[in-house]
Design a protein around this ligand. Sequence first.
Ligand SMILES: [Fe+2]
Length: 193
Amino acid sequence: MNRTQAEKLLLAAVKCNPGLWGEHSRTAAYIAETIADACDDLDGESAFIMGLLHDIGRKFGVSGLKHVVDGYAYMTELGEEGIAKICLTHSFNNRKLNEYIGRIDIPVQQQEWLSSYLKVVQYDDYDRLIQLCDALAGNGHVMKLEERMLDVKKRYGYYPQAKWDTNCKLKEYFERKTGWNLYELLQKETWHL
Ligand SMILES: [Fe+2]
């Protein structure tokens, strides 16, 4: 899959379920590509596509945890295993199903499958990158990590402390890896869609 094909998939998906998640996805794609380009061993275009399609499961309607498994199934069906993995891992920076913020709207059997998948799956830098991008991407602009997490906390009423702490560590990890202050690298104050 190349970026043009990915953009087409996102456009079609947002038509099926209109919402700000399209802007959020494009912002995550920008963040992912910019950070990846600043790392010697990451590919910018792959990161862009993963950022763009991490929430593609929202194509199938307004949902909570369901968007994660819907995205996985959809990308697997298209033969895109790498992106399918991102659809699952982006919401679980500590590999724990019970840290999902939002509605648990999948059957118990699927929850059990997801839980065991998260226990065995190997996370690489792309998984870590998209987890961070999700936590920095507003709907068309780059957000301060704490600002975005507080916004989520306000909307959902809670934010697991361990998930919060891991996001902060991910930011530190990519700042070490790129040698950049990420807000400067991403031109947080001036960049927008
Ligand atoms: Fe998501």
